[in-house]
Design a protein around this ligand. Structure first.
Ligand SMILES: NC(=O)c1ccc[n+]([C@@H]2O[C@H](COP(=O)([O-])OP(=O)(O)OC[C@H]3O[C@@H](n4cnc5c(N)ncnc54)[C@H](OP(=O)(O)O)[C@@H]3O)[C@@H](O)[C@H]2O)c1
Length: 298
């Protein structure tokens, strides 16, 4: 049998990590090694070194991150440790072993005042600790390992962990009315589609359709379409037939410790062209996710 490329997936119990697990059976050509924080704390340099000394990986997909956007304002050190130092460390080890590193980042790095979808070479204006640490982590990974692929994504949801969809379902069952901001516009990303896109890309490398060298640089990925959080909530309730009214409010009436961009739509032209990807519309994929979620969410 041909060599089965071995994939290390860190942060395997997070939203994106769990979707890689859900998809693994569909990609028998890959040998997956999933590690949760318990098995591999990416912030512990020695642990990471030892793992790479004992295992030979062909790709490292880093799904681990510090993702508590608001809490980061109080936990700068921890956010920096996981989103910058640990990423530097992973990139250095991957570079030594000549392994591509696939790493996720956020639309929050753009945070500009423009009203057209962001391209990868648009200027960055991260606001808040989380966004700043994610941008610094990207830069470090790109500098330390030439084979680094950064995927900037937005509004991630899935049947796993905490996210807007699950929160809306839970609150929508409990309350007759919910207020949701309508002045923040972007595109939801179904974590399943994001993980599937990465596996499709790696499959193309194994099939010789693209070279591993093409796995380098920054790429945007979200589902297609544009919406606001308000419209997203309406869609969730409509598809689930939940009798909960949604009241549109302004961001100024829902203050958060870290500010969010008003306009945060990603232009996916680069990833679609480079890897010949078809990206489904957010609403179609919301239905897919809702089909996987139980009727009641506690
Ligand atoms: N969620 C979004 O809306 C969003 C938007 C844009 C970009 N992104 C980016 O997309 C990527 C994936 O996000 P996600 O939504 O899947 O995040 P998530 O659900 O919060 O998962 C992150 C995972 O990282 C793990 N982790 C944290 N510190 C770790 C450490 N020191 N060592 C090992 N694992 C550690 C967490 O483990 P525990 O469960 O034990 O804490 C969790 O399983 C991240 O890079 C994030 O910045 C997310």
């Amino acid at each position: 049998m041909n060599h089965r490329p071995k994939l290390l997936i860190t942060g395997a119990s997070g939203q994106v990590g769990a979707e890689f697990q859900a998809l693994a059976d569909q990609f028998p050509q890959f040998d997956f090694h999933f590690t949760t924080r318990k098995e591999l704390d990416i912030g512990e340099v020695q642990q990471v070194r030892e793992l790479f000394e004992t295992q030979h990986y062909d790709y490292c997909i880093n799904c681990a991150a510090y993702t508590a956007v608001d809490l980061a304002e109080k936990e700068r050190e921890l956010a920096e440790k996981i989103n910058i130092t640990a990423v530097e460390n992973l990139a250095t080890i991957c570079a030594k072993q000549q392994i591509p590193l696939i790493h996720f980042s956020t639309d929050y790095v753009y945070h500009g005042s423009q009203n057209r979808p962001f391209c990868e070479d648009d200027p960055t204006f991260p606001e808040g600790i989380y966004a700043a640490t994610k941008l610094a982590g990207e830069a470090a990974a790109l500098k330390l390992n030439a084979h680094t692929m950064i995927i900037r994504t937005s509004w991630v949801y899935s049947p796993f962990g905490h996210n807007f969809v699950k929160t809306m379902l839970r609150l929508g069952q409990q309350r007759p009315e919910l207020s949701v901001v309508f002045d923040q516009v972007g595109t939801p990303t179904y974590a399943y589609d994001l993980a599937l896109a990465v596996l499709n890309i790696l499959q193309q490398v194994t099939q010789g359709k693209i070279t591993a060298d093409q796995l380098s640089g920054i790429f945007n990925y979200s589902n297609e379409g544009v919406t606001s959080w308000y419209d997203f909530a309406l869609a969730i309730f409509e598809i689930r037939n939940l009798n909960c009214a949604v009241v549109p409010i302004e961001s100024k009436d829902y203050p958060t410790p870290a500010s969010r961009p008003f306009y945060s739509v990603l232009n996916k032209g680069k990833i679609k062209r480079t890897f010949d990807l078809n990206i489904p519309h957010w609403r179609d994929r919301l239905m897919h996710c809702l089909d996987r979620l139980p009727k009641t969410i506690s």
